[in-house]
Ligand binder design. Structure first.
Ligand code: PEP
Ligand code: MN
Length: 337
């Protein structure tokens, strides 16, 4: 259920509605919009009686929300959400280009790649300190040491940092160094982690699970918003299908679909989406063309020696070419890069 307030409703009237909702044992989520405030109601097991709110001062409309997700939906908030990651807007006219190595391997490697991607035009740096690996024998990331290196990368390049958090235990540690915490595909439905991140006041990059539907992705985002964190960026990174010419199948139709039903920004990750270096550039163009709010690109200066995801990493010069093409393409879509 959504309670839509009059554009001229006072904060006193909004508070009165919130208190009325709470008095019924339900949770109220005021969502300020450009024109008006809407108040989402959660916590109800069955339908809520609209009559309880319709006649309260300042209320224009009470809308039953049919979709299982509420706060992430455009019914709750009509305007696009713009998430600020360390001062970089994601979801506005400028494309967010998130680039860096899959894993932080050393200070030198991380900083060199950071300087390369910053020079080429990336506006956010991403590297993993905690890596979710299929095999327990694969490189697991440098952990706390990797996070310190990421702080140095920010100092050296000026780029805000996106890095993955694997579990609830390390949320505070990761948040100390990161401007945005990534939840990886394998953790998309780690609900206790999502609730914890919902209470943290830091942006979250939520990747689609490799077998998740869009409804499941949006419900995972709903966990974050329901706890009060509206700073959420979604990421399409491909789903597993029967094909074997790519690592995953990049589901680009997800972008306009999500944008129609949700106000949250969404970026495309053609690196994990294809798993193959030579396919990253064309699928990046396609991601921008389909209307994504940005790209997430893995870059390595020595991909043959990379400790994870070498085959999909772009060389810095390939990333620079990608930026040139994206900059040419962006204006066609009414965007800048
Ligand atoms: C990553 O971003 O390096 C990663 C492990 O991605 P995903 O969670 O999409 O597999
Ligand atoms: Mn990776």
């Amino acid at each position: 259920m959504l309670i839509v307030m009059d554009a001229a409703a006072t904060s006193e009237q909004v508070r009165h509605v919130v208190e009325t909702v709470q008095a019924l044992g339900l949770s109220a989520h005021p969502i300020p919009g450009a024109q008006r405030t809407a108040i989402g109601i959660t916590g109800n097991r069955g339908p809520v009686e609209p009559a309880a709110f319709e006649n309260l001062p300042g209320v224009v409309e009470v809308i039953p929300v049919s979709a299982p997700y509420k706060l992430v939906s455009r019914e709750a908030k009509r305007e696009n959400t713009v998430v600020s990651i360390g001062g970089v807007a994601v979801g506005g006219p400028r494309l967010a280009i998130v680039a860096g190595p899959c894993a932080v391997e050393s200070e030198r490697q991380a900083i060199e790649i950071g300087q390369e991607v910053a020079r080429a035009g990336a506006n956010l740096y991403r590297g993993g300190a905690f890596k979710p690996r299929t095999s327990p024998y694969s490189f697991q990331g440098l952990g706390a040491e990797g996070l310190k290196i990421l702080s140095k990368v920010r100092q050296e390049t000026g780029l805000p940092i996106v890095t993955e958090v694997l579990d609830s235990e390390t949320v505070d540690l990761v948040a100390e160094h990161a401007d945005c915490l990534q939840v990886g595909a394998r953790n998309m439905q780690n609900f206790s982690l999502l609730k914890r991140l919902g209470r943290l006041r830091k942006p979250v990059l939520l990747k689609r699970g490799m077998s998740a539907t869009i409804e499941e992705l949006l419900l995972s985002a709903e966990y974050l918003l329901a706890e009060g964190n509206y700073e959420v960026v979604l990421c399409e990174r491909g789903v597993r299908t029967f094909v074997d010419h790519t690592r995953n199948t990049l589901d680009l139709s997800a972008i306009p679909y999500v944008q129609r039903i949700s106000h949250l920004p969404i970026v495309v990750d053609p690196s994990h989406g294809t798993g193959k270096r030579e396919k990253v550039l064309p699928l990046s163009r396609a991601g921008v063309a389909v209307g994504a709010d940005g790209l997430l690109i893995e870059v390595h200066n020595h991909p043959e020696a990379a400790l994870s995801d070498g085959p999909q990493a772009l060389l810095p010069e390939m990333f620079a070419e990608l930026m040139i093409q994206v900059r040419r393409l962006a204006p066609v879509l009414g965007r800048v890069a």
